[in-house]
Design a protein around this ligand. Structure first.
Ligand SMILES: [Zn+2]
Length: 151
């Protein structure tokens, strides 16, 4: 993730109304509350704690490092797909323990493409629910390497 983009420690400080003018105040509140639930998953060792956004890209993202070695990373991102509609993507990235270093592997990737503000709020809440389930499942890199199909 690049540091050239703006970032904030809380979704309340992300300019959602500028990024997504189609969102109603209630939809913005739903997204902010769901993002706060992501922040609640962060262990004390996850010191980065930042939401970044892409001003021209109608996009924002964060990651949560579940383990102190930063091997298990929950990722959630909202941004446009090829046809210009928005999508919410979630996945778990796990550090590589292969003989050849691939950098990381991905488990349980899900993308939900949406057509309006209400479905964006729905998709983001569902994405956060997936991250909460992943955090509850395990912070063990071995568990997630298995889920990602690597030894
Ligand atoms: Zn690998």
């Amino acid at each position: 993730m690049s540091d050239q983009y703006p970032g904030a420690h809380r979704m309340a400080d992300v300019p959602l109304a500028e990024l997504f003018p189609e969102l109603t105040p209630d939809e913005r509140r739903r997204i902010t509350a769901a993002a706060d639930a992501v922040d609640a998953l962060r262990p004390a060792t996850d010191v980065r704690r930042i939401w970044q956004w892409f001003p021209a890209g109608r996009s924002f993202l964060t990651e949560v490092f579940l383990d102190p070695n930063r091997d298990v990373e929950l990722q959630i991102e909202v941004g446009p797909v090829a046809d210009g509609r928005l999508a919410c993507h979630t996945q778990v990235q796990v550090g590589c323990a292969c003989e050849r270093d691939h950098g990381g592997h991905v488990a349980d990737p899900v993308s939900t493409v949406v057509g309006d503000g209400r479905s964006l709020a729905d998709a983001f809440e569902q994405g956060v629910a997936r991250l909460r389930a992943a955090a509850a499942a395990s912070a063990d890199p071995g568990h997630w390497r298995c889920r990602a199909g690597v030894a």
